[in-house]
Design a protein around this ligand. Sequence first.
Ligand code: SF4
Ligand code: SF4
Length: 104
Amino acid sequence: MSIRINDEKCVGCGLCIEACPGNLIKKNEKGKAFIKHERDCWGCTSCIKECKINAIDFFLGADVGGAGSVLSVSSKGDINTWMITKADGSVEEIVINKKDANKY
Ligand code: SF4
Ligand code: SF4
């Protein structure tokens, strides 16, 4: 599993760097985040949950039915919007209110 960081979107806030338990994400000379040790990523999703502006794509492996899909998240207030972009370009959105997290 691995991630891809979109250089154009990244604002260099560093939240993903702090969140990665494997210390796999670094900053480049432009102050943008990049994954230095792709092969070591075990797909914990901590970094994408921290990135509020949807700059990180997470590759969904075949083992979870991904088949070329990528997952990304944007966050506004209590609302997290998870987007799955499939290989055919179609997008599926899952909207979650964090206030409801402990409801079930
Ligand atoms: S959390 Fe997002 S915006 Fe912030 S450094 Fe990481 S990729 Fe860039
Ligand atoms: S998915 Fe987890 S292990 Fe992989 S880069 Fe993000 S925080 Fe690090």
